[in-house]
Every structure is written in C-alpha cells, then in structure tokens.
Write a protein of this length. Structure first.
Length: 543
C-alpha cells in the first residue's frame, strides 16, 4: 500500500466514525482493518534506532530501573529529538502501541513526553491541548486512585518536569482561552462546550491531592522538629514516587498561587519547607531549585518586602553562577539562563526601590546585563517606562481562574477579555508611581548633614508640602518586615537604608549609618587573580 492510499483510508475512517456513531459488525471489521493498516504504516516510518530506544525505554519502566531511566530521559530522548524530531512530532502513541504490547501505563508516560515535545517545539492545536489534559488526568488517576501504591519509579527530574509541565500547560491554556480575537467559530464552540477542561479547580485538586496522599506536609513538619520523615510517611509517602510528587506539588502550588495573584497564600504553601536548609529536597533538581527562589522572591517583591526579595534573588543567582559549567550539559540550560536574566531584571527593580549593597559578582553581572536600564531607573523622567518594560519581561505570565464569558455575544464579537498581566502591571506601576522621586531624594540627602526643607523642595521642583509627604514615605519605606526565622510570612521590622534623617521644624537632619565593607572577600578574589597572572607569566617565560 502506498502513502497516498493510506492517507485516503485514514481520512475515510474518520469520516465514517463521525457520520455513524453506531456501527454494525461488518463496518467494525472494516474500520479495524483500516486502522491496523494505518498503524502498520506508522511503524514502518519509525527509524530503527527509535524503535530500539522505545523498546529499551519500555523495559526500563517495567523494571523500575531509575538509573537507566534517568539517562534515557535526560540524554537519549533529547539526542533523538534533535536528530529526527526537531521540527516534527514524535511517533503517535497509537503507532508504537504494538511495540510495547499495548502497555497503557507506558503509553500514558510516553504521551506526556509526546505532548510536551509538541508544546516546546511545535504549535499545539486545541485538540492537542484537550488530549494532553486528558492524558494528565489518566496519569494522576492511576497514581492517586489505584487500590494501593503503584509499582512505578521515575527519576526526580522527570517527576518535577511532570508537575512543572502540568502547570505550564494549564497556564498556556488559560492565556490561549483569553485570546478570543483570532479564534474560529469551531474553536469557540469547543471552548464553550468543554469549560471543565484545564479548569482551575481540577489543577488545584490534583496538586492538593498529591500532597495529601503523600503526607508530605506531615513528613516535613516532623523533619523540621528534628524527627525522622519515615515516621509520618505512611503507606504512600514511604514510596519515592509519591513523596517527591507531593513535595514538588508544594512548589507547584507556590507557582500557581503567584500566577493567580495570591502572593500571601503562595508563601503560606512554603511553611514547612526550610529554604536555608542545605539538604532540602528541592535542591536535588536544579530547575525546581531555581523555580522555588524565583517565585518566593517575586511574591516578596509584590508584597513590598524588597529586602527579602533581594536576598532570595541574590542567593539563587549566586548558585546559578557557581554551577554554570554544569548547566551547559543540561537539556534545560536555556530555560535556566532565561530565568536568571528575569531575576537580574527583578533584582534591578528591587535595588532601585530599596537600595542595598549586593555581592560584588552579582552586582557586576546585573550591571553588565542591565546597566542602561539601571541608570534610567534613577531618573524620574525615564524611570516609569523602564520599570514597566523590566516588569513585563521578568514577571510570570499571570492567569485568570475564570475564562471569558463565551456565552456573551458582545464579548465574542469585540474579542475583549480580562488581561491579568496588564492588571498586575498596573498594580505594580501604581506602587512605583509613588516611589519615583525617592532615588533622587536619597541622592540629595547623601550630600548633606543638614538642609532646609524649602531648599530641598526647590531641588526636586516640588512644593514644600509635597516634600513633607515624600519624606514621610521615605521614612516608612526605610523600615520593612525582614525574614529572620520561622515561616516565610513571618519577620521583624528592621531598617533597610544606610541613611537616617529627621525633620525638625523646617530643617532636615541627616545621619549615615555606615555598613562595614567585607574586605576579606575582596582580598581573596584578587589574590586568586594575582596567582593566575603569575602562573601565566611563568608558563610564557618557560615557553
């Protein structure tokens, strides 16, 4: 059978199925024969090396060979993708079912990779989005609703990616659903008739169910108090699959609540996770480590706790810089670099709103990436536009829990939908608007120990009464809640500025609270550089 004939048969089958929901026995046999013919053609088209890979992949899943699965998942799959499927999808799951004896568990896992590849390399259709959601439902139903713990083990990296991709596709669907203008009537009808697909409730239900089933909250609480996590694990939580899926679901909820704009609840999810603990479970997967600190830092920034946001961003950016050589070998190298660039942009915003001394390496990297924007942030006439540009680049792509009302003809006709990103940008810019003169005010205060109120007002080109309001705001902003210990929402009011001032009648008195430099780090870095130079000179003299 040639290719054209096969396509005709496949299309004919689809037409017959849609036209006749109820078939007789003869028609069933004809459809089955046509389907088998199309499936055989798909198998012929699969390269031999890919067939062998799928067989090895299937065997490793059956044997729960986590070490082999990690190599297959992180290296082999991506190499074959680059070689054969850089611009097209992997073979359809139905086309490989005979290779794996129609193993539905394996095919569900394979579909997860199949649709993820379509999202990352191609453009998913509305059917892809629906089918991917259904596949995630099958996977999580298998894990959560089986009679007992399932006999399945997967690498931590894959488990994290399952949760991460599940949330990403939910986020992608919400944004896709909001873009009404360019949709056909058929797409709008599908969205209207399938409102439960990728609903906010179903996504949150999966994440909370994984946390509950794994008893990960109880395990972390026991560990936090110095006990053994196994004591609280239970039948399901003692299995690595459930334990890690539950743990990653906590980080997933941190992300989802940030996307929904509930930053307090987002940080509340991290109550039992100790960020300052070196052996924390999130550190086992680099992408999870980076994601955790990005959303913690962003939540702090939106809550105006800029000092804590700076601390979170600085910590993870230092980690990325120290381990950069290992990231180049990771298939997520580009994603980690992009997230790092976003955090440098957020750090530039936070440092402008709350001037803080940064680590020298972090500061130099930030200046290298955003030197021009950082200079403009301190100039009132240019700052607002730069603040907005950096925020739009670095913020998460917010979502609305409810889609547009597709039953309303006016909404459909005008294509008007709520834009959550624009909404939260306006909220952030309203905060910036009030603080736009603070960097300039600070620069003048650093030049004087005493200064007349009217004189400073003339420098800033505002009225003396406006200056009083601005000074009150600067005073209030110089004290923030800073995390010391306990949960991330807890903290103590502390000074965040190296300047202090008071207003007595019409005179401003300024004092500088000097912070000692860390000379030790500076000397160590330059000693190492000097030794490298000496080593290079010795080599050149010998040559």
């Amino acid at each position: 059978m040639n290719y054209e004939e096969d396509i005709d048969i496949t299309n004919e089958v689809d037409m017959v199925v849609s036209a006749y929901p109820v078939q007789d026995d003869d028609l069933d046999e004809e459809l089955l024969a046509a389907d088998q013919s199309a499936q055989q053609y798909q198998e012929v088209q699969i390269p031999e090396v890919v067939k062998k890979f799928i067989l090895l992949f299937h065997r490793s899943v059956l044997e729960n060979n986590v070490y082999e699965l990690q190599s297959i998942y992180e290296h082999s799959f991506n190499k074959l993708t680059e070689k054969f499927y850089a611009n097209e999808s992997w073979p359809e799951p139905e086309g490989i079912s005979s290779l794996v004896n129609d193993d539905q568990v394996f095919l569900t896992l394979y579909r997860e990779l199949y649709y993820r590849h379509i999202y990352s390399r191609l453009t998913p259709t509305i059917e892809h989005r629906f089918h991917s959601y259904e596949n995630y439902c099958d996977l999580f139903n298998y894990i959560l609703n089986s009679e007992g713990p399932v006999a399945l083990e997967l690498p931590n990296q894959w488990l994290w990616d399952i949760i991460d991709e599940f949330i990403y596709q939910f986020q992608s669907f919400c944004n896709y659903r909001n873009r009404i203008k360019n949709k056909t009537k058929e797409e709008l009808a599908l969205l209207r008739d399938n409102s439960q697909i990728w609903s906010c409730y179903s996504v949150l239900n999966v994440l909370y169910s994984l946390i509950q089933k794994s008893r990960i909250t109880e395990q972390l609480l026991v560990s936090k108090n110095g006990g053994d996590m196994v004591e609280a694990a239970g039948e399901y939580g003692s299995r690595p699959l459930y334990k890690m899926l539950g743990y990653f679901s906590i980080v997933g909820l941190l992300r989802v609540h940030c996307l929904l704009g509930d930053f307090t609840l987002a940080l509340k999810m991290m109550d039992n996770i100790e960020l300052n603990k070196k052996q924390a479970l999130f550190a086992r997967v680099t992408a999870c480590h980076v994601t955790t600190y990005y959303y913690v830092g962003f939540a702090y920034m939106m809550m105006r706790r800029y000092a804590d946001a700076i601390k979170a961003f600085s910590h993870i950016l230092t980690f990325i810089n120290r381990t950069k050589q290992y990231h180049t070998r990771s298939y997520q190298h580009d994603q980690i670099n992009k997230k790092g660039d976003q955090m440098y942009a957020l750090l530039a915003i936070c440092v402008t709103l709350c001037p803080t001394r940064l680590d020298e390496n972090i500061h130099s990297q930030m200046r290298e990436k955003y030197a021009e924007q950082s200079n403009k942030l301190t100039k009132p006439e240019e700052a607002l536009q730069v603040f907005e540009e950096l925020f739009l680049f670095a913020c998460p792509k917010f979502i609305s829990p409810n889609g547009p009302n597709l039953e309303d003809p006016e909404v459909v006709e005008q294509g008007v939908a709520f834009e959550p990103v624009q909404h939260y940008t306006k909220i952030f810019m309203a905060e910036v608007q009030h603080s736009i003169l603070l960097p300039t005010l600070r620069s003048y205060l650093k030049l004087y120990t005493t200064m007349g109120n009217a004189k400073l007002a003339s420098f800033l080109e505002i009225e003396p009464e406006q200056l009083r309001t601005l000074l009150m705001m600067a005073k209030m902003r110089s004290r923030q809640i800073k995390w010391v210990e306990g949960t991330l929402l807890e903290g103590e009011y502390q000074g965040t500025s190296d300047l202090d001032f008071c207003l007595k009648q019409d005179m401003i008195h300024v004092s500088e609270a000097k912070i000692g430099r860390r000379y030790g780090d500076w000397f160590l870095r330059n000693i190492n550089k000097f030794q490298d130079i000496l080593g290079g000179l010795e080599l050149s003299s010998r040559a």
